[in-house]
Design a protein around this ligand. Structure first.
Ligand code: ATP
Ligand code: MG
Length: 345
């Protein structure tokens, strides 16, 4: 193949190519030099805690926010120089919120289909099919303003399915959804990719990235701190983690030292709950640990082995946990609901 041919092929093989993307708000470097390469036809997960810069990065890639530094191409088209072309190639969840709140779900989907050039009968059929698929048939006639957060999210995704753009950005598509709806959403995302789309999704849930993503970038403080397949990431943190609770909270430091000495790992502690979390590569080492703790005179009240959480991923990647993660998550639903409307402009 000649050089020109090679170039075209490379461009098509990457749905997203970002280099050194930067966004600064005041003195906050919200996105601080992000590189991303997302192969066409894959699901790419962007994982990170609150405020990591996920949404800001997506908004730059989706031409909704101008980068302060670096560059990004969507299927080879520059987001700053060719925004019109880029917009024709992408879908962003949340855009659907710009449609009329007083109209029903069906009416909204029909209007959306018509705007995309579908005929009247086809638009109606498509709307009915999608509402059925997303379990919204019963609510089809209800106005959007009476929809719950979860129902809106499903409708958002249904709307992206009408156009089926080659690249779809899903910003925390399942936050606040019940488990059944979350599974349904996962199936739908897989189907989208099965039929040729590329999906970039952000999530705070390691499990979600695990279920869906071919590759993952973990971002923290506006930077990519790890990138690779789910297996790469897991092997870097161990396949499971150990949770210990000491009977006497005053012994937590002693217990921690013992765990770190015996397992030779970094641990995280939660002082008020008197618990210690440690990555566990080798289940056999637990025997040694229990002996070590008994010798140190530290009785345990609880011990369990669990899959690594996002906290542990961060602990192992950055040497610290996601501070106050639980408290932040508690505020999450209200915040993300607001975020959906960021995309109206
Ligand atoms: N429009 C804005 N003006 C000023 N600061 C902003 C703006 N948007 C985001 N930020 C800040 O940029 C940082 C990154 O925010 P961003 O929304 O990208 O994080 P995120 O990873 O999407 O977090 P979350 O998981 O909470 O959605 C945060 O410190 C946030 O406060
Ligand atoms: Mg966000």
């Amino acid at each position: 193949m000649n050089q020109q041919g090679n170039k075209v092929r490379q461009q098509v093989e990457l749905a997203i190519e970002a280099q050194g993307l930067v966004k600064i708000f005041g003195d906050n470097r919200a996105v601080d030099g992000v590189d991303l390469k997302v192969p066409t036809g894959t699901i790419y997960g962007v994982l990170g805690p609150n405020g990591a810069g996920k949404t800001t990065a997506i908004r730059m890639l989706a031409t909704l926010l101008r980068p302060d530094g670096g560059s990004a191409r969507i299927f080879g088209h520059d987001v700053v120089k060719e925004p019109q072309i880029v917009r024709q190639l992408i879908g962003v969840t949340g855009q659907y919120a710009s449609v009329d709140e007083s109209l029903s779900a069906t009416e909204n989907l029909v209007i959306f289909s018509r705007l995309l050039g579908l005929g009247r009968a086809e638009a109606k059929r498509k709307a009915a099919d999608l509402l059925e698929e997303f379990g919204l048939s019963e609510a089809a006639r209800r106005p959007l303003k009476n929809f719950s957060g979860g129902m809106r999210r499903r409708l958002d995704l249904a709307a992206s399915l009408i156009a089926q753009p080659p690249l779809i950005f899903l910003d925390e598509p399942t936050t606040g959804l019940d488990p059944r709806t979350r599974n349904q959403m996962w199936d739908t995302i897989r189907r989208l990719v099965g039929s040729g789309s590329t999906v970039l999704l952000t999530t705070q849930y390691l499990e979600e990235a695990d279920q869906l993503a071919d590759r993952i970038a973990v971002i923290d403080h506006g930077r990519v701190v790890a990138e690779g397949t789910v297996d790469d990431l897991k092997s870097s943190i161990g396949s499971s983690s150990l949770h210990l609770r000491v009977q006497n909270p005053q012994q937590i430091q002693l217990a921690r030292q013992t765990v770190e000495r015996v397992l030779r790992v970094q641990t995280a502690i939660s002082a008020e709950a008197a618990t210690i979390t440690a990555p566990m590569g080798n289940a056999d080492a637990v025997t040694d640990l229990l002996i070590g703790l008994r010798e140190a005179g530290v009785p345990l009240s609880e011990m369990s082995v669990q899959k690594p959480t996002l906290d542990e991923v961060f602990l192992s990647l950055t040497g610290r946990g996601v501070e106050d993660h639980a408290a932040q998550s508690a505020n999450k639903t209200a915040k993300t609901e607001g975020q959906e409307y960021e995309y109206i402009h």
